[in-house]
Design a protein around this ligand. Structure first.
Ligand SMILES: *Cc1c(COP(=O)(O)O)cnc(C)c1O
Length: 459
């Protein structure tokens, strides 16, 4: 018997109080934050959907692991455990611990990259692209054509375009390709999953040309859920085995443990090739720390090792994906335009379609994040023209291709009633949609303006 109500496959041992602010208080908080949710204090927020990165709740096992952490400089027991767990999961012999995903990216992509090199991905995550471009190399995104069709419910919109992949490798020359990077799930591409077939096809192309194939595996457990439920051959394969099969196709992996390792900080680089690993080890020791702790304390490594096991639990993944989908489907049913199908870690609302009367240079996405906060104390992030907009020579806005707002769901943190509350807040959002006004930017830095820009409401 499958029940309709989603229940959390855990019970609560320790609670963190939420300050239940009033709409009036929030109006003041928002004005103080210059209408930019990044400038709000977390205690001013009721439900925080800013990011799923580093915001997971750890289990009692992980907290017990924190106490067991061995803080020896070299060869700590906690390192042995972590190394063993990652080797077992990925099948790669060489494991380099780092303090975050981007540190692993910095090490690998600065070694492989530099002027004249080209990296190809389904979609480079922003830190991935930054690490590649900072060293003078080029980062090319080739999401599969299905991703562009907003109305299709194709389940693997995170795929890489394999026809383009073959073409690009031939055009740029295999010797100039730094690596092909498959991001699973495709975070910047709407959190959409990648199919095993697509990973196999990409791997075969890389093999044909002798090009290095890397998996950005931040959300590989969530991706495994989609493979099992939408790729018939895998319907009986356990989630962890699906991940293992995907790793077996590649030459290495990079992970931000702040996602599917269910911890608040950490990352790693895992590699098949001994020489490449040795070269990266040199950079690891210079930049992060000795090879048996990287940028991590023993207790962190202990918690990551445990989280990497827990994340493949059937009950957990079932609740995780269903709860995200529940939020997306329910607001969609109320007429809120969302990216579809709903991905693994977040729901993406198309604010441009929700507020067709707000011009792009009055930032419909920013208007929605402000409404979510005013009405419900919910913090979300704009990923439209505030984040990606540029100016032309006459300071006219070149808008982003799409005005999105992302509601990223922290893992194991909120309950189904928090999700139901969010759905209810969207009733008001929809009711007020026609009267919602845009904002203008009053102050902005040169780079990464979304973090610190100031706004004021128009009218
Ligand atoms: C978060 C993330 C990273 C970077 O990891 P950090 O731990 O934030 O440095 C890289 N790739 C993807 C797909 C991510 O989601």
């Amino acid at each position: 018997m499958e029940f309709k109500t989603i229940i959390e496959p855990f019970k609560i041992k320790s609670v963190e109080p939420i300050h239940m602010s009033t709409e009036e208080q929030r109006a003041g908080y928002m004005a103080n934050a210059h209408y930019n949710p990044f400038l709000l204090q977390s205690r001013e927020v009721i439900i925080d959907f800013l990011t799923d990165s580093g915001t997971s709740a750890m289990s009692s096992e992980q907290w017990a692991g924190i106490m067991r952490g061995d803080e020896s400089y070299a060869g700590a027991v906690s390192w042995e455990r972590l190394q063993h767990e990652i080797q077992g999961l990925t099948g790669y012999p060489h494991i380099l611990p780092t303090h975050q995903g981007r540190a692993a990216e910095h090490i690998l992509y600065s070694y492989l990259g530099g002027a004249g090199k080209v990296f190809i991905s389904n979609t480079h995550f922003d830190t991935t692209r930054a690490n590649i471009e900072f060293n003078g190399a080029m980062a090319i995104d080739i999401p599969a054509p299905e991703a562009r069709d907003r109305n299709s419910d194709y389940p693997f919109k995170g795929n890489i375009d394999t026809r383009m992949l073959d073409e690009h490798i031939r055009n740029y020359g295999a010797e100039n390709i730094g690596a092909v990077i498959l991001t699973v799930t495709n975070n910047s591409g709407g959190g959409q999953p990648v199919s095993m077939q697509n990973a196999k096809d990409a791997a075969a192309i890389c093999k044909k040309y002798g090009v290095l194939f890397i998996i950005d595996c931040c959300r590989i457990a969530e991706n495994s859920y989609f493979i099992r439920h939408f790729e018939p051959e895998y319907s009986n394969v356990p989630y962890r085995e699906i991940a293992q099969q995907m790793f077996s196709l590649a030459d290495g992996a990079i992970m931000s443990a702040k996602k599917d390792a269910l911890v608040n900080m950490g990352g790693f680089l895992a590699l098949k090739n001994a020489e490449l690993a040795e070269a990266c080890m040199g950079l690891l020791i210079i930049n992060e720390g000795f090879s048996t702790y990287g940028g991590l304390s023993g207790r962190d490594m202990e918690a990551i090792a445990i989280g990497l096991k827990e994340v493949f639990d059937e009950g957990y993944l079932n609740y995780r994906i269903k709860s995200t989908r529940y939020l997306g489907e329910h607001i969609k049913a109320k007429g809120v335009p969302v990216l579809y199908p709903i991905g693994g870690h977040a729901v993406y609302v198309n604010a441009g379609m929700l507020y067709p009367h707000i011009p792009v240079d009055q930032y419909p996405g920013q208007a929605l994040v402000c409404e979510l906060y005013r009405i419900g104390g919910i913090r979300a992030v704009e990923i439209g023209s505030v984040m990606f907009g540029k100016y032309d020579d006459n300071r006219k806005l070149i808008p982003a291709p799409i005005e999105l707002v992302r509601l990223a769901i922290p893992r194991r943190v909120y309950t189904q009633s928090h999700i139901d509350y969010t759905v209810e807040v969207f009733d008001e959002i929809v009711k007020n949609a026609a009267n919602t006004k845009g904002l203008r930017i009053t102050k902005e830095p040169k780079f990464l303006r979304h973090f610190t820009a100031h706004f004021e409401p128009i009218g």
